[in-house]
Design a protein around this ligand. Structure first.
Ligand code: HDE
Length: 731
């Protein structure tokens, strides 16, 4: 039975403020308020429990004490089994135009006038909630779009492929990569025997392993990493026509990574590095922005590739199917409460809206079961969807009944369908009123526990990835393999993994072998290396479309040169050149970079011309690893003081080692030499010259300050100067 409610439903509209308004009714601001019990009773003393005499026992009747303690005892819920550590942010998404209408009827992707509110949660996968941010790991990139047609979740990662092809292997994968079951070690790391044991026995993981060993797995910032939907999904247009689609997020300030040594040190010095970076950027108004793009493949082309579109260990090379920009997401508000929002947000790849549907990718199919199931474990109730952060902004009406923590108060008598008592409400929505209709796909086959042969090639795209990297990127990947496999105690596992790497590329395997104490096994056959398919069968290129290299996968080849939000340390002691600092600071600000004054101790430092500068950070609380570039202004006394102190010298040589931009002038040039900045010609005699060499900028006493500042900013925009990596000094 239809009810004449249609008009009301139709006129429903969402904009970025609507989620905020909705959250407003749940927000509590304790400002200018009395503290109360949960019942609203005002509390007049919370520092002592109620006792029989001031030295006597605490009384059971102390309801305030009991309530306060009970809350603490129950303050945690189970952390996520994977992606436990995360950071969230609110924002909005807006499409550029309506051109996707030809492919999808999803309104939030096709109406350029709608700003759809979003909540994004970035995460690491393996570590516990309290683990460090900068570990080598995949990063989760999950977005909840609060659309007018219901919540749509794009639950992706910062790597476009996955370790396994079928969800039934996920529990094995997760067990192997998590800390080992007897010792609960190591925390937040894949560098141990069980993980490499499993993955060396699972050749299908090879492509993903190449990405995980690459710099992608140690992002410089959540704001500087790509996101991928990974699976092939389906768009459905108004006419019911389907098109295969892959989703991509690209940060507008470019994709950049840390170096491994830096990542490890940050884990100790600031385990919250990525969380803090995201939080501070939003507080400062440097809103992270990501462009959403899609790759579209007509249904007729499903079998035209040399890989299977349903295989999540494969990407579609952008050279074959270019990215088509759709719109932009801006993250502009930090959560008010970490637990209520970031911890309680519950994603599900099965949260779909009309115009988007799933495919038969067996990894995706398994996820459709797991995400709801895991929330039940976390929340102990199916009513987690009523928690404010998970609530859609459009109306929700159904007959789901009671259960722990039911929040909404349903009216009416009929809690079943069909009913006549409540006029058949809530009613079914026809397709033209936004009712979700699953895409009709003809499926037939024998019931069989097997994998499609089209999933058999485990190495071609791993080879393609290796072939597409620049030399520095390859060097980093090999060093990462030295670290990860170097931690594996069992030599047979190292050998078996090496055999898989041999199938990717013999040179790559030899480079890895040289660092992990094993030989490249001769013959690479089944007898010598273990039980897996031979090279021919598992590496064959089929007859479809393919490319042997794909520049799009290299971060270096796609670098966006920008100094925006880059952090620059200005090292000073008493006697620094004030005017020089002012000029450089101005140039940095104009380029969107941020500078901080770093000195031995906090307090004020006096310049050679009598002005004072407040120190932002001391060497005790910071380090070069927390900056993208270093600048040491001239000033004889300032430089002399630094030359006597290990901290400043270490700061400079470490920044140099991590291939960051280092700039100085006048007396500072000698300081660079003392800090083991080598392989650079620092001995320029012409005092009017500004030298820019492999990211080291030096200016003589009479050089042009503007030229110096410009070259400094240009060098920062390049992110890192890998060409000097091989001449690095120990730090
Ligand atoms: Fe997840 N994944 N996953 N995953 N995943 C979870 O759900 C799972 C996979 C991803 O910030 C869990 O709510 C299975 C691929 C993100 O809250 C769990 C399989 C991709 C997040 C789960 C995969 C992801 C999760 C744990 C293989 C990229 C964090 C907590 C079939 C496309 C979301 C939770 C957040 C979280 C299951 C593989 C992304 C257990 C079974 C591939 C970003 O349900």
């Amino acid at each position: 039975m239809e009810k004449n409610d249609n008009k009301k439903e139709k006129s429903f509209r969402v904009d970025e403020n609507s989620k905020d308004k909705q959250l407003e009714q749940f927000r509590e601001d304790p400002k200018d308020q009395y503290m109360t019990t949960d019942q609203g009773l005002r509390i007049n003393h919370t520092d002592d429990s109620l006792k029989a005499g001031s030295r006597g026992p605490t009384l059971m009747e102390d309801f305030h004490f009991r309530e306060k303690m009970t809350h603490l005892d129950h303050e945690s819920i189970p952390e996520r089994v994977v992606h436990a550590r995360g950071s969230g942010a609110h924002g909005f998404f807006q499409p550029y135009d309506d051109s996707l209408k030809a492919f999808t009827k999803a309104k939030f992707l096709t109406n350029p006038n709608t700003k759809t509110p979003v909540f994004v949660r970035f995460s690491t996968v393996v570590g516990s909630r309290g683990s460090a941010d900068t570990v080598r790991d995949v990063r989760g990139f999950a977005t909840k779009f609060y659309t007018e047609e219901g919540n749509y979740d794009l639950v992706g990662n910062n790597i476009p492929v996955f370790f396994i092809q079928d969800a039934i292997k996920f529990p094995d994968l997760v067990h192997s990569i998590k800390p080992e079951p007897d010792s609960e070690m190591p925390q937040a790391s894949a560098a141990h025997d069980t993980f490499w044991d499993f993955s060396s026995l699972m050749p299908e993981s090879t492509h993903m392993l190449m990405w995980v060993l690459s710099d992608r797995a140690i992002p410089r910032s959540f704001r500087m990493m790509q996101g991928f939907g990974v699976h092939t999904f389906r768009f459905i247009n108004e006419a019911g026509k389907a098109t295969f689609v892959k989703f991509h997020w690209r940060p507008t300030i470019g994709t950049h990574s840390l170096v491994w040594d830096e990542a490890q040190k940050l884990g100790g010095k600031d385990p919250d590095w990525l969380r803090r970076d995201l939080w501070e950027a939003i507080e400062q108004g440097n809103y992270p922005e990501f462009e959403l793009s899609v790759q579209l493949v007509p249904e007729e082309d499903e079998f035209k590739f040399d890989f299977d579109l349903l295989d999540a260990t494969k990407l579609i090379p952008e050279e074959l199917v270019p990215l088509r920009p759709v719109g932009k997401m801006t993250l502009n508000r930090n959560p008010d409460n970490f637990f209520a929002e970031t911890e309680q947000v519950a994603f599900h790849p099965g949260n779909l809206v009309p115009g988007i549907d799933v495919t038969n990718d067996p990894l995706l199919q398994g996820r459709l079961f797991s995400y709801l199931d895991t929330q039940l474990n976390r929340f102990n109730s199916s009513n987690f969807t009523e928690v404010p952060i998970n609530r859609p902004v459009c109306p929700v009406h159904n007959h789901h009944g009671a259960g722990f923590m039911k929040m909404t108060i349903g009216k009416g008598k009929a809690n079943y369908w069909p009913n006549s008592i409540d006029n058949g409400c809530p009613m079914m929505a026809p397709e033209n009123m936004g009712g979700y209709v699953h895409h009709q796909e003809k499926v037939e086959g024998h019931k069989i526990r097997a994998r499609s042969e089209s999933f058999n090639d485990h190495y071609s795209q791993a080879t393609q990835f290796w072939n597409s990297l620049t030399e520095p990127e390859k060097d980093h990947l090999v060093s990462a393999a030295h670290f990860e496999l170097g931690k594996v105690k069992n030599k047979a596992i190292r050998e078996r993994q090496l055999a898989n790497f041999y199938k990717v590329d013999p040179t790559f395997a030899a480079l890895v072998a040289a660092g992990i104490g094993v030989e490249v096994p001769k013959g690479m056959d089944v007898e010598s290396t273990g039980n897996y398919e031979d090279n021919e069968a598992s590496h064959k290129m089929k007859k479809g479309k393919s490319v042997s290299t794909s520049d799009a996968v290299s971060m270096e080849k796609n670098k966006i040169e920008s100094a925006k939000t880059r952090r620059v340390a200005i090292l000073v002691e008493n006697g620094f050149e004030y005017n020089e600092v002012m000029q450089v600071q101005e140039a940095l600000k104009a380029a969107g970079a941020q500078s901080e004054i770093v000195s031995m101790l906090l307090g004020k430092r006096l310049s050679s011309s009598g002005q004072e500068l407040e120190v932002d950070k001391s060497h005790v609380t910071t380090g070069s690893i927390m900056y993208d570039a270093v600048y040491i202004p001239d000033g004889e006394n300032s430089i002399r003081a630094m030359a006597m102190k290990g901290d400043a010298l270490h700061f400079i040589s470490e920044a140099f080692k991590h291939c960051k931009t280092v700039a100085t002038s006048g007396h500072g040039i000698a300081l660079l030499q003392k800090a083991f900045v080598v392989g650079i010609d620092l001995a320029e005699k012409d005092s009017r010259k500004v030298m820019s060499h492999k990211g080291v900028i030096t200016a003589g006493n009479d050089a042009d300050a503007e030229e110096f500042a410009t070259k400094f900013v240009e060098a920062i925009q390049k992110h890192r100067h890998w060409d000097r990596e091989k001449t690095m000094t120990p730090a």
